[in-house]
Design a binder for this molecule. Structure first.
Ligand code: UGA
Length: 432
């Protein structure tokens, strides 16, 4: 099929390249010329495993191109809108400027019978409002939320665990078109939920709210564990064996960050309040508060272990990205902790396999270096993003490098026994 993808950020760039790999003919459109230049040259503007290969193959096939001109969307039968919906600067709500601009600029170029598909995460009610704008063109609107995880974005797009189609009343032709777009996944019997706009919009924010709640739940248990001498990791293992609970997303530590979970729970809260149902999701404010407290707890633990002050003490920060396999530092707990320690006068040397350029752009005051530069002569080692290369560090070798064998495991990702056996003082969040 001929497909256009409006917005070539994280979601859009991955979506465009993945659609080509499924056999479609795709034009990706973005207002940012540098992004388009990079993508057109087959370079991903951010770190995402498998994406560079997919981009290169797509461009070589002649079925993937990028443009800054929205008129190039004309001629495509399906138009995906995948622009960002960041948090408003003035509050917790979602900023819909980019979504509105994308639809307004796209509409003059669509033909009767085309399908416009919203993928952006939007407040419930947005699709119904946009459908009224689309209607006079003779095109249709569907809402098809995306559940991809950074670090696994290509896999999650090409082989999703479910598909959700939010369509207008009786618009079965939209379902047929979406089934054609996702023919490979549909043939593989991927569950497809066909529903209305409001449900589709809510599915997305409900999923992220649930995941955020699960993480904050275990982090709340970590807080209780800390005052009772219990161990949150064993607790998570034990409750996780109950299939109704499950062990995934029960890792306690410095909590969630990124471009999705934090802003989505805030936007959901703001929208529920607008709808007069603020109390229904009031718990999400607590989820947010627990999450932010864990960053502070990590900072306090470093201060505590260094005898009450970090001033002029060298702290090695391992990890800056909001999670491994990503260079994304948006609302990153790791970067936040590094900045706070720096603010307390510590000589922080932070490292990350991929996120140094993005961290430097946001916080030029931080000293960023290699793993060895961080570890050499450190008074404390703080693990904040659980990249495999940090999990696999040899505690005996690292002990010979640092000034003092003190490790704070902000992700509960290290083998505590092995580190202790190598002479380290090991502290985890919510652990004995
Ligand atoms: C999240 C969702 O998982 C995706 O399904 C969704 O499509 C995406 O947001 C989105 O809305 O676009 P992502 O932001 O890539 O994906 O990251 P997650 O893998 O969900 O991790 C979020 C944060 O939670 C990370 O900072 C991670 O370190 C933290 N986390 C995760 C924990 O602290 N503990 C855990 O047990 C799991």
């Amino acid at each position: 099929m001929k497909i256009s993808v409006i917005g070539c950020g994280y979601l859009g760039a991955v979506h465009a390249a993945s659609m080509v790999s499924l056999g479609h003919d795709v034009v990706g459109i973005d207002v940012d010329p540098s992004k388009i230049e990079s993508l057109s040259a087959g370079r991903a503007p951010f770190f995402e495993p498998e994406l560079p290969e997919l981009l290169a193959a797509g461009i070589a096939s002649g079925r993937l191109r990028f443009s800054t001109d929205i008129a190039d969307a004309a001629g495509s039968q399906v138009h995906f809108v995948a622009v960002g919906t960041p948090q408003l600067k003035t509050g917790g709500g979602a900023d819909l400027t980019y979504v509105d601009a994308a639809f307004t600029s796209l509409l003059p170029h669509v033909a009767s019978g085309d399908l416009l598909v919203g993928k952006s995460t939007v407040p419930v009610g947005t699709a119904a409002r946009l459908a009224a704008l689309v209607e006079p063109t003779g095109a249709k609107l569907a809402w098809n939320p995306e559940f991809l995880r950074e670090g696994y974005a290509v896999k999650d797009t090409v082989t999703p665990d479910r598909l959700v189609y939010g369509i207008g009343p009786g618009e079965t032709a939209s379902v047929d078109l979406l089934n054609e777009v996702y023919a490979t996944a549909v043939a593989a019997e991927t569950p497809v939920v066909i529903t209305d706009y409001a449900t589709a919009e809510l599915v997305k924010v409900a999923a992220n709210a649930f995941l955020a709640t699960k993480i904050s739940f275990i982090n709340a248990m970590a807080e209780i564990a800390e005052v009772t001498g219990a161990d949150v990791t064993q607790l998570a293992d034990a409750i996780g064996y109950d299939a109704r609970i499950g062990r995934r997303f029960l890792n306690a530590g410095v909590g969630f960050g990124g471009g999705c979970l934090p802003k989505d729970i805030r936007a959901f809260t703001a929208r529920a309040e607008e709808l007069g149902r603020g109390e229904s999701v009031a718990f999400l404010k607590e989820v947010d508060a627990i999450n932010l407290r864990r960053r502070q707890r990590a900072v306090d633990m470093v201060v505590e272990e260094l005898g009450g002050s970090v001033f002029r003490r060298k702290v090695a920060v391992l990890g800056l990205a909001f999670k491994p396999n990503s260079d994304d530092v948006r609302d990153s707990p790791a970067l936040d902790v590094a900045v706070q320690l720096h603010g307390l006068g510590a000589n922080v040397v932070a490292t990350d396999p991929e996120a140094i350029p993005n961290s430097r752009r946001l916080h030029p005051q931080l000293t960023l270096g290699t793993l060895d530069e961080a570890l050499d002569g450190a008074d404390a080692v703080v693990l904040l993003t659980e990249w495999n290369q940090y999990r696999e560090l040899d505690p005996a070798a690292v002990a010979a490098q640092v000034a003092q064998p003190l490790v704070i495991d902000g992700r509960n990702a290290l083998d505590a026994e092995a580190w202790r056996a190598a002479g380290w003082t090991y502290r985890g969040l919510g652990r004995r």
